[in-house]
Structures are given as structure tokens and as C-alpha cells.
Design a protein around this ligand. Structure first.
Ligand code: AMP
Length: 190
């Protein structure tokens, strides 16, 4: 079983690469952003709560995110492993994830950071906003806010995994297939 955290700023290519990774390694994809967007679409109370944070490019409070992930992990306990995408985004979330996995006799095998510089991300997200229908991709100030929140709140999560000796890095600019091949090289060694 492999439980992997795919890490990277908004627009780094986590969604695209996740699709390919889950297919090849038969992992359960757990994207907190996708889950929130589903709640938003179905207008659940969780969706309504998350919306105001998402619209502003802020993080949804830890407790809300952690409870949502907890439900998913329990529901799909017997998979080949999980690919966590967009989670954990704070050190508190990373600690909670370790506890949840331990309680189910599982652990994180490794974290892989997709590295892309900030100006490239802004360009990519504005382009994605033309077709994705995502409100948070349409406005450059919201995009910059998301990158800022990442640099402040999420970057320390990399150190959390570095201390555990689980940190890996892949350069995220180039051909999708070449980046995927590099990710696979890392995953195969986990
Ligand atoms: P994403 O699709 O991963 O870029 O997530 C879109 C938005 O959902 C983020 O800008 C946050 O508002 C919210 N979100 C997704 N995952 C998390 C998380 N792990 N912690 C807090 N907020 C999150």
C-alpha cells in the first residue's frame, strides 16, 4: 500500500498528474478542492460554509477539512492506498492526517512536491479560468492571494515531511508525460 501526498501551489499541475498517477497505481484520489467543489455544486451546508473561503482564496478552517477527510478515509479504507491532492495544506492538517492514518494502521509513504515558479502559475491559472468555470481562477488578485496563502500557511508542511525524511521534489515545468515519468520514478522507490 502506498499513501502519497502530492504537494504543490495552485496551478502546479496536481490535478492533471493525479489523474495519471491514480490510474497507473490504482490509488484512491482524495482531492479536498474537488470535494469542496462537489459540496458547492450540491449546495450542502458544508459547501455553503466553504464557499466564502474559496471565493476569497483563503483556506477553509482546519477542523472542517479534517472532518471531511476523516469520513472519506473511513469509507474507503481498503484501497491500494490514497493519493492526497491539495491536502494537507497546514501543519495542523498534516498532524491530523498522521493520526487518522495511524488509527487505521496506515502511514504516509512519501510526499512529492511539484515545483513551479509563481509567475508561471499566475499565467496558467488565468488560462485555466477561461475554460474551467472556476470563479477562483478568473481574478488575478484572488489567484495571487491563493499563492500568498500557500507561501505562508502551506509551505511549512514541506518541512513537516522533510523532518520525517519523506520529502521529494519534481520540477513541474515541461511536457506532461516527462513530468509524469519523473513522478513515477519517485513513487516506484517509495
Ligand atoms: P484546490 O482545488 O486544491 O486549489 O482548492 C480550492 C480551494 O478549496 C482552496 O483555495 C481552499 O479555499 C479550499 N481548500 C481545498 N483544500 C483545502 C485544504 N486542504 N485546506 C483548506 N482549504 C482547502
Amino acid at each position: 500500500m502506498k499513501n502519497i501526498v502530492l504537494f504543490g501551489k495552485p496551478g502546479a499541475g496536481k490535478g492533471t498528474q493525479s489523474e495519471k498517477i491514480i490510474e497507473k497505481y490504482q490509488l484512491t484520489h482524495l482531492s479536498t478542492g474537488d470535494l469542496f467543489r462537489l459540496h458547492l455544486k450540491e449546495e450542502t451546508s458544508l459547501g455553503k460554509l466553504a464557499k466564502k473561503y474559496m471565493d476569497e482564496g483563503q483556506l477553509v478552517p482546519d477542523e472542517v477539512v479534517i472532518n471531511m477527510v476523516q469520513d472519506k478515509i473511513q469509507y474507503t479504507k481498503h484501497s491500494n492506498g490514497f493519493l492526497f491532492d491539495g491536502f494537507p495544506r497546514t501543519v495542523a492538517q498534516a498532524e491530523a492526517l498522521d493520526k487518522m492514518l495511524n488509527a487505521n494502521q496506515m502511514m504516509i509513504s512519501g510526499m512529492i512536491a511539484l515545483e513551479v515558479d509563481d509567475e508561471e502559475l499566475v499565467k496558467r491559472l488565468l488560462l485555466r479560468g477561461e475554460s474551467s468555470g472556476r470563479a477562483d481562477d478568473k481574478d488575478e488578485s484572488i489567484i495571487r492571494k491563493r499563492i500568498e496563502v500557500y507561501n505562508e500557511d502551506t509551505a511549512p508542511v514541506a518541512d513537516y515531511y522533510k523532518k520525517q525524511g519523506k520529502y521529494n521534489e519534481v520540477y513541474g515545468i515541461g511536457e506532461i508525460e516527462e513530468i509524469f515519468a519523473q513522478l513515477c520514478r519517485v513513487i516506484d522507490q517509495l
